[in-house]
Design a protein around this ligand. Structure first.
Ligand code: ZN
Length: 208
């Protein structure tokens, strides 16, 4: 029987703690992994959970700061966006899992500034979408570099999402480069994609 790693007492819990998330992994290897008594094990787990939550909080805080810095480099008056910036900051603090990148945060700021209702990290079946814009029946995806290597996967994914939501729904993909340069034109860009689709749809029906 091994000693508790923390207090030196008798270890009753032969479990180790996962590197990143605090999830246990099996099998336990005696003398290789740390052992704990029940009481220390609970404390260590609790601390790990707190540290992880704090890590995520700080990571998202820095991500948000980066988002605002990217906006500051652009040809816009940052003070015009103050209300939207504060609203998205508060939302991100409350729901740290709702944004995966600074660019998603930028998109949220622009949508909020334009008073467009949006749901970040929207789940459709097993798919996680960046934003749902219900009023426009649009799923908005913010595409970074990794998209270049996933075109085929994404087109299958888009089809599956539209099949679940309904044919009237549309996936709009916006590149992060665009948000890097002209974030304030995001809404216009989405509208342009929608207009293009309406035009295409109207070309299907003919009277002659
Ligand atoms: Zn102990």
């Amino acid at each position: 029987m091994n000693q508790c790693w923390v207090c030196g007492g008798q270890a009753t819990t032969h479990r180790n703690i996962g590197e990143r998330t605090g999830i246990f992994f099996e099998p336990f290897k005696e003398d290789v992994q740390r052992c704990y008594c029940d009481s220390c094990f609970r404390k260590v787990m609790e601390q790990r959970r707190k540290d992880h939550a704090e890590y995520v909080r700080l990571k998202k805080k820095l991500m948000f700061e980066r988002a605002v810095c990217i906006l500051e480099r652009q040809d816009l008056c940052i003070y015009d966006y103050k209300e939207a910036i504060n609203a998205v900051r508060e939302f991100a603090e409350e729901h740290p899992d709702k944004f995966d990148s600074a660019y998603e945060m930028i998109a949220a700021i622009i949508l909020v500034d334009n008073e467009i209702e949006c749901k970040p990290q929207y789940k459709v079946g097993d798919y996680q979408c960046d934003f749902c814009i219900p009023a426009w029946k649009v799923i908005l995806e913010i595409d970074g570099d990794r998209h270049r290597h996933r075109k085929e996967y994404d087109s299958d994914r888009d089809k599956a999402i539209v099949a679940m939501l309904g044919e009237e729904w549309q996936i709009v993909r916006i590149k992060t480069e665009y948000l890097d340069m002209k974030a304030d034109l995001l809404v216009e860009a989405i509208k342009e994609v929608i207009r293009h689709r309406i035009k295409k749809a109207s070309q299907i029906l003919h009277t002659d």
